[in-house]
Design a protein around this ligand. Structure first.
Ligand code: BG6
Length: 302
């Protein structure tokens, strides 16, 4: 007899991208091989937790708008990165935003079920398949564990004989009822870089609320943060390990109009909180050293 407590994994092709839909007793997850990108995550009976754009395009070589793109081996604009991270790039003036792996097909290492949980693992090996303009040997792995919560582990190993300097982010898009009504807990007292005001350094007082375009890099962050969403009667709880910086982003009205795969009003229903290693929190790996950054996401009723 069919046991509906056991997980199922279905491979499918959405337009140009190979994807997997994973169904467990707790939730449903969609992900694609391109960029090892989680596309959506929705616990049963709830609104989505990870947001996916209604205008998402599933095309080779283009990051899908939404989900959890992996930014690596640099985050954001390379020119805004520490000199060590910039120095790793040897590809001339063209350096794509958010690094080199979000538009690449990662290798599937395996899909396993562990009781009612499912784990998917993907990898990039830059020694076997060199990254353009980045002539260094490293192994990057993303492990996705879907259980009562969603856990993403991004591991980087230096397989070269020189130090590697990286910046990175799990660029998570969260679904919210209305960005103007939600609050982010856990940043009180942290300093942040206000990238929209000349990268000035400021200090967060209390919970973070949103009333305009937001693009900030929080420093010396704590392990736990939460998105408090009263209209949807839930808290999205984030726990980050191996990371001490986070990017908080919402494009608001004007920037939304300039974004690809993004409806003009989509800013109202999303919020990026990106678990990161950026600016002074960059990652420097000695030869053979490995580092893991772990993000756990859980949705709890209020
Ligand atoms: O459009 P992209 O390249 O996916 O980037 C989206 C956003 O990513 C965020 O991490 C940046 O802080 C924003 O400045 C940027 O607009």
């Amino acid at each position: 007899m069919y046991d509906d407590t056991l997980p199922t994994v279905e491979q499918l092709v959405v337009d140009e991208l190979v994807c997997w839909r994973v169904h467990t007793r707790h939730a449903e997850l969609l992900m694609t091989q391109q960029g090892a990108q989680v596309l959506s995550y929705q616990p049963h009976g709830e609104e989505p937790v990870i947001w996916l754009s209604g205008q998402a395009a599933y095309q080779k070589g283009k990051a899908v708008r939404g989900g959890v793109p992996v930014c690596w081996p640099w985050f954001g604009d390379l020119r805004r990165n520490p000199a060590e991270v910039q120095g790793m790039h040897q590809g001339g003036p063209i350096a794509p935003a958010h690094g080199l792996v979000r538009e690449l097909d990662w290798q599937l290492l395996g899909i396993d079920s562990e009781g009612s949980a499912v784990r998917l693992e993907f990898a990039v090996d830059s020694a076997a398949e060199p990254l353009p303009g980045w002539p260094h040997a490293a192994q990057l792995k993303l492990s996705i564990l879907l259980d009562e919560s969603l856990q993403l582990t991004l591991s980087s190993r230096n397989t070269s004989d020189r130090p590697l300097a990286l910046s990175q982010a799990l660029h998570s898009y969260f679904a919210v009822s209305d960005i103007r009504e939600v609050e982010v807990e856990g940043l009180d007292g942290c300093s942040y870089i206000e990238t929209l005001e000349d990268w000035q350094q400021r200090n967060q007082q209390g919970n973070l609320r949103f009333s305009g375009e937001t693009d900030r890099i929080y420093l010396a962050t704590r392990q736990r943060m939460a998105i408090l969403d009263r209209a949807w009667n839930r808290r999205i709880e984030l726990e980050a390990r191996g990371s001490a910086s986070a990017v908080v982003w919402n494009p608001w009205i004007d920037k939304a109009r300039r974004l690809s795969q993004f409806a003009d009003d989509a800013w109202q229903g999303m919020l990026c909180i990106e678990t990161a290693r950026v600016l002074d929190d960059l990652l420097v790996l000695r030869p053979d050293e490995e580092h893991s950054m772990v993000l756990s996401v859980a949705s709890k009723p209020l």
